[in-house]
Design a protein around this ligand. Structure first.
Ligand SMILES: *Cc1c(COP(=O)(O)O)cnc(C)c1O
Length: 343
């Protein structure tokens, strides 16, 4: 299939990750269930990257990572504060509620896809009686579902509010690399130094074949997490094939190189189409997605020409996601088509 914009997981595996995968295979037998030397090495590399002694786990996908983390942060009678467009709310088939045994998600409709400290305060103090699920955690998506990015100051403000109300902070970083590339800060600065307790560090959309890393900065919260992973069917016996590809991404800043490229492709598309007649940009692209309203005739015309993209944001709102390997020529072809169709 030709390069597409429907999601950043339509792309394949980056060569660096593939090379590490093959090397792990060529190295012969290894211990299983994460006891292998590759997994140990990647955990150390992640601790180095974040400049702290975090506990690291690997699971197959983002839904498992997010929902198992939220289950670890909450009892069944607790609740999680998140944005109403959060993946945990809209795209995980109730897995956070399922794995936590019933923790309810409390949502707020913050602008630009972001929660604010005020939203959190309002939800955390709305009720304090026994009949309401007690707020216990906050889930932030970085970069957000609408291609924006929380600044360090915004996360810090949220963390201050979280502390005041005894809430821990989970960060869904399916596109963490894209956020870091935009912010230009160290991974530590936008996570634990800003008050984040647990990060789901997404690898799949960044160029891995499969697998997300769960990084507990607050190690007390990681107690028994390994058992949750196993019970959920998320413990890979040949874990080296999930972990080793991370070396390909983490060596020489490859993860940031690809995220920077994907972000640049989104900017390139945005610059070409934002002022076209009939086009209305919905959000300022700060990561690797462009969200823009296009007239129905343009959307239909694009589909007739074979372009795949989502339209789930409001009436006519199109989402164009840019992958790690997207070619500038692909962006230009899409932009040419949109321009022509907009007349
Ligand atoms: C892609 C994505 C995930 C992970 O989804 P899976 O399909 O379960 O791997 C999680 N959060 C966000 C915001 C995503 O975009």
């Amino acid at each position: 299939m030709a390069q597409q914009f429907v999601s950043d997981n339509t792309a394949g595996v980056c060569p660096e990750a593939m090379e590490a995968f093959v090397r792990a295979n060529d190295a012969g037998h290894e211990l299983s269930y994460g006891e292998d030397s590759w997994t140990q090495k990647v955990c150390d590399r992640i601790r180095e990257l974040f400049e702290t002694d975090a506990e690291v786990f690997f699971v197959f996908n983002g839904t498992a990572a997010n929902s198992l983390v939220l289950a670890a942060l909450c009892q069944s009678y607790h609740s999680v504060i998140c944005h109403d467009k959060a993946h945990v709310e809209t795209d995980e088939c109730g897995a956070p509620e399922f794995f936590s045994g019933g923790s309810k998600l409390l949502t707020a409709p913050g602008i630009d896809g972001k929660l604010t400290a005020d939203d959190i305060e309002a939800l955390a103090t709305k009720r304090t009686d026994i009949h309401y699920p007690k707020p216990k955690a906050i889930s932030l998506t970085q970069a957000t579902e609408v291609g924006t990015v929380y600044s360090v100051e915004e996360v810090r403000a949220i963390a201050t509010m979280a502390k005041r109300h005894g809430l821990s902070i989970h960060m869904d970083g399916a596109r963490f690399a894209n956020a870091v590339a935009t912010l230009g800060v160290s991974p530590a600065e936008i996570t634990w130094r800003a008050g984040v307790d647990v990060l789901v560090f997404g690898g799949t959309k960044n160029g891995l074949p499969v697998g997300e890393a769960v990084v507990f900065f607050n190690k007390a919260l990681a107690e028994d997490f390994a058992y949750r992973v196993k019970q959920a069917g998320q413990l890979a016996s040949k874990m080296r094939f999930i972990s080793a590809p991370w070396l390909g991404l983490l060596n020489d800043g490859v993860w940031l190189k690809y995220a920077t490229h994907a972000n640049a492709m989104a900017r390139r598309l945005y610059q070409r189409i934002k002022d076209l007649p009939g086009a209305t940009p919905l959000f300022e692209p700060q990561a690797n997605g462009v969200f823009i309203e296009l007239p129905k005739a343009v959307r239909d015309g694009l589909r007739d020409r074979g372009w795949l993209f989502y339209t789930f944001i409001g009436e006519g709102g199109c989402r164009f996601m840019c992958s790690w390997d997207l070619l500038p020529e692909t962006v230009d072809r899409l932009a040419d088509d949109i321009e022509e169709l907009c007349g």
